[in-house]
Design a protein around this ligand. Structure first.
Ligand code: ADP
Ligand code: GN1
Ligand code: MG
Length: 359
């Protein structure tokens, strides 16, 4: 790694000691510096993102589009959108001698990510941030974007991958997770509601972020207002419901995604209300009736999808998500299952909150 880091630093004209930054499950992120200014250096996980060219071209197009909007509205392009640092020879990423792929961005100063629990006000700001991001891309020609990971939020396709891993049971793990398998199979009939809606034209296809975890948005350190949406690898055509549901499943939970004590894991309705309010403040005029009807349900669907994905990875031998121990993915799957169950018991109330906010 160190040899790579020296070589990569030279390619971008930056310095880094390889100090890690943030808590992503996919890429590896490091603090860096260029002429006294802070930067981020990121090792792209090419096991997940197999075509770095496509990712960086998408990212370039999307950030340029957003930049133009920010300039028009008198905003600050140094703080409100990701700025890619090109290599010394003008490339969007660098492939090291050992075949590792790196990119670099400006580190957005005086910003923070929230890795623990947000307050309802902060989570409302997250809603504003992700809603604004989607609004900034409302006129972006979706056909210009490469599909980075095929069928990323296609829950039935996730289910079918999970079933294959279950049948193969390569690591003899099925017997340790029968409770979760039973849960997944019990609700499989709900898995196709959004993909079907998109296919038959009921739900509009938009340009969406697709990975709206709370730690994928930067907040202003002082004001705690939403500043900039980051982690743009999965920006591609999708549904507004994916961004809403994924943000809720992660950020409105009362506990971390890998909390083992399930009594601590619930959906906090104040957080749900906060995010919904912020999100709707940016998108109220464009949310369609069919999207509004499924908004609360999308929180369950996206949580269910993560039960399926974490359990599939557990059964396949932990090949996708970064894990700290052999049970990490199973713990995450049980945690997400508890959120699904809690959403089920609160769905009527969540629908009422959505209706109230959108009226
Ligand atoms: P991953 O795909 O692994 O989740 P991210 O792009 O989300 O990677 O980056 C990981 C973390 O690094 C973020 O949660 C955030 O804390 C920090 N980070 C990333 N980009 C920036 C940036 N431009 N400015 C400040 N912090 C950043
Ligand atoms: C990954 O990269 P990160 O940590 O923001 C994953 C998401 C999952 C999430 C679960 C490209 O997100 O889809 O919802 O972990 N990203 C990818 O925590 O698969
Ligand atoms: Mg991230």
């Amino acid at each position: 790694m160190n040899k790579s880091l020296i070589e990569v630093s030279r390619a971008f004209g930056i310095k880094t000691d390889g100090v890690p930054c943030g808590n992503g499950h996919i890429n590896s992120t490091f603090f860096a510096d260029k002429d006294g200014e802070p930067y981020i250096l990121q090792l792209i996980n090419t096991n997940v993102f197999k075509k770095p060219d496509d990712i960086m071209n998408n990212m370039c197009k999307v950030t340029e589009h957003i930049k133009a909007k920010i300039l028009k509205s008198g905003g600050d392009i140094d703080r409100e959108v990701v700025s890619i640092l090109k290599t010394n020879d003008g490339k969007l990423f660098y492939t090291s001698e050992e075949g590792k792929v790196f990119r670099s961005y400006k580190f957005i100063k005086d910003s923070v990510t929230i890795d623990g629990n947000a307050t309802p006000e902060e989570f409302c700001q997250a809603g504003v941030g992700f809603g604004r991001f989607q609004n900034q891309l409302v006129d972006f020609p979706a056909g210009e974007l490469a599909e980075i990971i095929e069928k990323f939020h296609d829950t039935p396709s996730r289910l079918s991958n999970f079933k294959k891993a279950m049948q193969a049971d390569k690591y003899d793990r099925v017997k340790s997770c029968e409770d979760v398998i039973e849960y997944i199979l019990k609700y499989e009939n709900e898995a196709d509601i959004v993909v079907k809606g998109i296919a038959n034209g009921d739900i509009p296809l938009r340009v969406t972020h697709n990975d709206t975890k709370l730690n994928n948005i930067l907040f202003d350190k002082k004001t705690r207002e939403a500043l900039c949406v980051i982690d743009l690898d999965t920006v591609m055509p999708g549904s507004l419901l994916y961004d809403f549901g994924d943000a809720i499943r992660y950020g409105a939970s009362t506990a971390a995604e890998d909390e083992k004590d399930l009594d601590k894991v619930m959906i906090d309705l104040k957080l749900f209300e906060g995010f919904t309010f912020g999100f709707a403040s940016q998108l109220k005029d464009s949310i369609t009736k069919s999207e509004a009807e499924l908004l609360a349900f999308s929180s369950k669907l996206l949580t269910y999808e993560l039960v399926v994905r974490f359990l599939e990875d557990y059964l396949a031998g932990d090949v996708y998500f970064k894990t700290d121990n052999l049970e990490h993915n199973l713990v995450r799957a049980r945690n997400q299952m508890k959120i699904c169950q809690d959403i089920d018991s609160k769905l009527n109330e969540m629908n009422r909150i959505v209706k109230d906010i959108l009226k």
